[in-house]
Design a protein around this ligand. Structure first.
Ligand code: NAP
Length: 469
């Protein structure tokens, strides 16, 4: 998503000498890799679109992953981006030497470039849980982001580990096909009820005829989501109270069995973990062939999952919907900055960056959706568009000859990080739960200020925060 965006925006700004390196043989990032049953985006499709590429054809308010993949492929084709992608070219190292970046691919090809934009994604590297016996399992077993569609579901006994957005979507999608579904829950999740109506053919035709309607829809939804994310950064905001109420009512009104209801009731505040959106999870999990298993996983055996209460849950297929290693970003790429400074050293404890975009000592390297940027239930496309506008302002300084190297100062980065860390403790993500938002210290790794402030920061770089060489 952000690589395609970079190419389009670079060209618009008059930069035509660029290459996109893609490790896979197809574009699409998360939408190429996550093809599990039920995958859709829980950000409304008319917001989860480039602002300059509204799409009248979205089938639903929250469209399925395959449509999103097709959308990105279409945008890349229409903008002439696809021929600029070098597929099957995984960058293994990027080293800054004599004022330029030396790139090397896995197959040993070299390139030398002035500027690197890391559009490498966040939720990317599967988190394989450290559960004993995974390799002993006799049935099929895979991570949700490595779905094997040759594995049979119909009439089989399926286990799912995890209760995040991914697991919830899979449960709703497959429960009616399988003989038995066991959901291994370590922590209950708050579920925000979200209807997912289809757009009628008439509505789509109207969108085609009147593109201004799409623009309005995009702008209105963006405003709504900005208000929502402004609420997240203040744990005591009225928005948080409303969300909590909606989630509690959803649980209490839709789960009949009081024992199950208590199993599904989280013991932390709504939206502390990333809010899960679903209109049918509670219905799905109450089907007679479904079970929420809370006993805790002891180990995996040949026949299935042994829980701590001694019970063996016999399974044909086990899906690990256990999330991602969110501290990786462009790694395992070896990134070496000025004077041999290694990114692995700088990020040894945790990833950090000035305004989520650039790192002291790593000149002319810019990240889209990098560390501690806005994450949450809103459009990462909008975030990347704002960031790309900012990056272009910096690249412009290089083009105009103001400097040959640009990187944030250590001082500005430390000040930003201190302010960010302090603010992060007061957000809803820091209100007391375990989640992928938290770093090794338990501090939320996200943009803790309002979305309005993010927009303001991205509007123009503060040059005094940078070292221009
Ligand atoms: P996730 O939110 O990180 O959830 C991982 C789940 O696995 C959690 O329930 C976690 O339990 C459980 N888990 C991890 N290790 C475990 C272990 N060793 N034993 C037992 N349980 C374990 O991952 P995700 O559901 O793949 O979602 C990741 C992110 O992707 C989401 O937060 C969202 O940002 C994005 N996403 C978005 C959509 C969408 O519609 N837009 C859909 C899917 C995913 P604990 O809670 O106890 O840690």
């Amino acid at each position: 998503m952000s690589g395609i965006l970079s190419a389009i925006k670079l060209r618009e700004a008059g930069f035509d000498d660029f290459t996109i390196y893609e490790k896979a043989d197809r574009l699409g990032g998360t939408w190429r890799e996550n093809i599990y049953p039920g995958i859709s985006c829980d950000v409304p499709s008319h917001l989860y679109s480039y602002s300059f590429e509204p799409n009248p054809e979205w089938s639903h308010r929250f469209s399925p992953g395959s449509e999103i993949q097709a959308y990105f492929e279409g945008v890349a084709r229409r903008h002439g981006v696809t021929p600029r992608i070098r597929f099957g070219a995984e960058i293994t190292s990027a080293a800054f030497s004599a004022g330029r970046w030396q790139l090397e691919t896995k197959s040993g090809d070299h390139d030398e470039v002035d500027v690197v934009i890391a559009a490498t994604g966040v939720l990317h590297h599967p988190n394989m849980p450290a559960i004993e016996g995974l390799s002993r399992f006799g049935g099929a077993l895979f991570h949700s982001a490595r779905w094997d569609h040759t594995a049979q579901l119909d009439g089989r006994r399926i286990g799912i580990v995890g209760t995040g957005s991914t697991a919830v979507q899979i449960v709703s999608a497959i429960v009616d096909r399988v003989a038995r579904l066991s959901l291994f829950q370590r922590t209950a999740q708050w579920i925000m009820p979200q209807e997912n109506p289809a757009y009628s053919a008439e509505k789509q035709a109207e969108f085609r005829r009147r593109p201004e309607l799409l623009e309005e829809l995009h702008a209105d939804t963006a405003r709504l989501f900005a208000a929502f994310s402004n609420g997240l950064v203040d744990a005591n905001s009225p928005q948080m109270k409303m969300i909590e109420e909606a989630c509690r009512a959803n649980l209490e009104q839709n789960v009949r069995d009081p024992l199950l209801l208590e199993k599904l009731r989280p013991n932390y505040r709504a939206a502390c973990k990333r809010l899960v959106m679903s209109c049918d999870f509670y219905q799905a999990i109450q089907k007679p062939n479904a079970e929420v298993v809370t006993a805790g996983i002891e180990r995996i055996e040949v026949e299935g999952v042994r829980t701590r209460d001694g019970r063996l849950h016999e399974l044909d297929l086990l899906v690990l919907a256990t999330g991602f290693r969110v501290d990786r970003f462009m790694r395992p790429m070896q990134v070496v900055g000025r004077d041999g400074l290694r990114l692995d050293t700088v990020w040894a404890q945790r990833p950090s960056a000035y305004l989520s975009i650039s790192i002291p000592g790593f000149p002319n390297l810019f990240m889209l959706n990098g560390p501690n940027g806005p994450v949450g239930n809103f459009s990462l496309i909008e975030v990347a568009e704002l960031q790309m506008g900012y990056v272009l302002r910096l690249v412009e300084l290089l083009r105009e000859g103001h400097c040959r190297e640009i990187s944030p100062s250590e001082d500005a980065t430390q000040r930003f990080e201190a302010e960010r860390t302090e603010a992060a403790r007061h957000t809803i993500w820091g209100s007391g739960c375990r989640s992928w938002y938290l770093d090794d210290r338990g501090v939320p790794m996200s943009w803790p200020f309002t979305f309005d402030r993010f927009r303001e920061e991205m509007a123009a770089p503060k040059i005094e925060a940078y070292q221009l060489a």
